[in-house]
Design a binder for this molecule. Structure first.
Ligand code: FES
Length: 321
């Protein structure tokens, strides 16, 4: 069988669907005919369509050297929009799933001398893929993995194995902020390492706030929060003006600037669409932004905006698009 090309949507067979921790499940996906799958790099994710039609992003956690399978981690989140619950409750071994080809907005810096990984909960999934690659390459890293309890810790047996000896610190907070990992000793002195953080928004914000004195290019975030989840109940409609065309586009409370632009026939480069990768960075020419990304520094916020998640405080903003 020919290998599918990177642009082809894939229908894959679920070979395994297993619980990996209290609310974390792993799905192993293979080509039904046994073909190799499109290659992926560590940190990549798939867009997966669950039986109810939801399309959600799930990170790959297996070794990128494996060409015969994708393994994704899914947190069953009853408070979410239904995609993960549907997937976990209704998809079993032997079923087929439609997935996108792998996409990466959270890539290992090829020339970094060392890496610091900070994972919270389900945020361990892309970092497992990175750690497996670095283990194979013999490159140095340290992984800090924050979970609520031993039962909530995915991959804990594997992380206790020889391949990870001396490389992993696991912290359980038991739901008590006083027991959470103190990141300051890890981040106080820029070490030349590249820092990769994936997990809930408060963890990402904590790392961002503690790394303001690091080179921006050495700090990397991945979020499972999409533009919809970044919205707030008191969001109001505003107008975005595209300076290049003069187009005036209304941005409803339920839409991002990027989505509103697309609905009006305009587009812009994007990748993560969760305010973490920097691809949609746009010059802000006038108006007051409501910044919701994790990329821009305080200095940059006066003149730039991430149009995949950020909104406007003023009734109108003008951007360089
Ligand atoms: S697309 Fe990644 S920050 Fe907007």
């Amino acid at each position: 069988m020919p290998t599918p090309t990177a642009a082809t949507p894939l229908t894959l067979e679920v070979r395994r669907a297993e619980q990996a921790a209290a609310d974390i499940f792993v799905f192993e996906l293979r080509h039904p005919e046994g073909s190799d799958l499109p290659a992926f790099i560590a940190g990549s994710h798939l867009m997966v369509r669950s039986p109810n039609g939801s399309l959600r992003k799930y990170s790959l956690c297996n070794d990128p050297a494996e060409r015969d399978r994708y393994v994704i981690g899914v947190k069953r989140d009853p408070a979410g929009r239904g995609g993960s619950v549907d997937l976990v409750d209704h998809v079993h071994a032997g079923d087929r799933l439609e997935v996108s080809p792998p996409h990466n907005a959270f890539e290992l810096a090829p020339r970094a001398r060392s890496f610091v990984f900070i994972a919270g909960g389900i945020g361990i999934t892309p970092i497992m893929s990175m750690a497996r690659q670095l283990n194979a390459e013999g490159r140095p890293y340290k992984l800090y993995y924050c979970t609520r309890s031993s039962e909530a810790t995915a991959f804990r047996d594997e992380l206790a194995g020889e391949a990870f000896t001396g490389k992993v610190v696991i912290q359980h907070d038991e739901g008590d902020p006083a027991k959470s990992l103190d990141l300051w000793p890890i981040l106080e002195k820029p070490s030349g390492a590249h820092v990769y953080c994936c997990g809930p928004r408060p963890l990402l914000e904590q790392v961002r706030d503690m790394t303001g004195h690091w080179a921006g290019s050495a700090i990397h975030f991945e979020s499972f929060v999409d533009a919809a989840a970044a919205r707030k109940p008191d969001d109001r409609v505003f107008t975005v003006v595209l300076a290049n065309s003069g187009a005036r586009i209304e941005v409803a409370p339920g839409a991002s600037i990027l989505e509103a632009m697309r609905s009006s026939g305009y587009d812009a480069p994007s990748s993560c669409e969760s305010g973490t990768c920097g691809t949609c960075r746009t010059r802000l020419l006038s108006g007051e932004a409501d910044h919701r990304d994790l990329v821009l520094t305080d200095d940059e916020k006066a003149g730039q905006i991430m149009i995949c998640v950020s909104r406007a405080r003023s009734p109108e903003i003008v951007i360089d698009r």
